[in-house]
Design a protein around this ligand. Structure first.
Ligand SMILES: CC(C)(COP(=O)(O)OP(=O)(O)OC[C@H]1O[C@@H](n2cnc3c(N)ncnc32)[C@H](O)[C@@H]1OP(=O)(O)O)[C@@H](O)C(=O)NCCC(=O)NCCS
Length: 173
């Protein structure tokens, strides 16, 4: 599988910054609101657990899994404030790598188009690095995330993953 090494991605208002363990300090606050988990399950992690999670993510999966975990902090360029995260899990596919993507924007920063801007940049970046298909699993009631997926060029497929709808950019399955 080609190696889409994580790198900084710039958009007009945002900087996607490759995740590092030290980001846990600022992200514990940004991601600390239980409302963020309404459609994705789970609960906010306390700082120690978030740091451990970031250590795990940064270390990456074992080579056995043939996956890549790509994680970015979404930072507002105007003031350098961290506002959320985007991620892609890249797996080998028959005709090339496939990426499963997801996004989270902290409650105070929602409604400004940040998720749409970050997701579009993420999908473009993946496409530029040989990823042939991008998918996202979105809960049918998560209308904001569906709008983000649509703006990133994804469309709902007939597929389901548990109680979520599979969205795709129409690339080869
Ligand atoms: C989904 C999420 C990332 C959207 O973040 P955001 O930065 O507010 O998104 P945007 O500002 O780019 O808005 C996206 C669209 O959703 C719409 N939207 C926002 N909240 C909405 C709501 N409650 N119901 C319907 N539409 C909504 C916005 O109006 C916008 O559409 P428009 O530009 O056509 O008006 C954010 O709500 C979030 O982090 N949720 C919790 C985590 C999550 O569910 N992640 C998705 C995993 S698949």
């Amino acid at each position: 599988m080609p190696e889409p090494i994580t790198e900084t991605v710039e958009t007009p208002r945002l900087r996607l910054e490759p995740l590092a363990v030290h980001h846990a300090e600022e992200m514990a606050d940004v991601l600390g609101d239980p409302r963020l988990h309404r459609y994705i399950g789970g609960a906010p992690l306390p700082l120690g657990e978030l740091r451990a999670r970031y250590e795990h993510l940064v270390a990456g999966p074992s080579p056995f899994h043939q996956e890549q975990w790509l994680n970015w902090i979404v930072r507002r360029r105007r003031d350098g404030r961290a506002v959320g995260t985007v991620q892609a899990t890249v797996t080998p596919g028959q005709d090339g790598p496939c990426a499963s993507v997801a996004w989270v924007i902290g409650m105070p920063y929602q409604g400004f188009g940040f998720a749409s801007e970050a997701a579009r940049a993420l999908v473009d970046w993946l496409g530029g690095r040989g990823v042939r298909r991008v998918v996202a699993n979105v809960h049918p009631a998560n209308l904001a995330s569906a709008a983000v997926a649509r703006r990133a060029g994804l469309r709902p497929t007939g597929g389901r993953a548990g109680d979520e709808v599979v969205w795709s950019d129409g690339g080869d399955p």
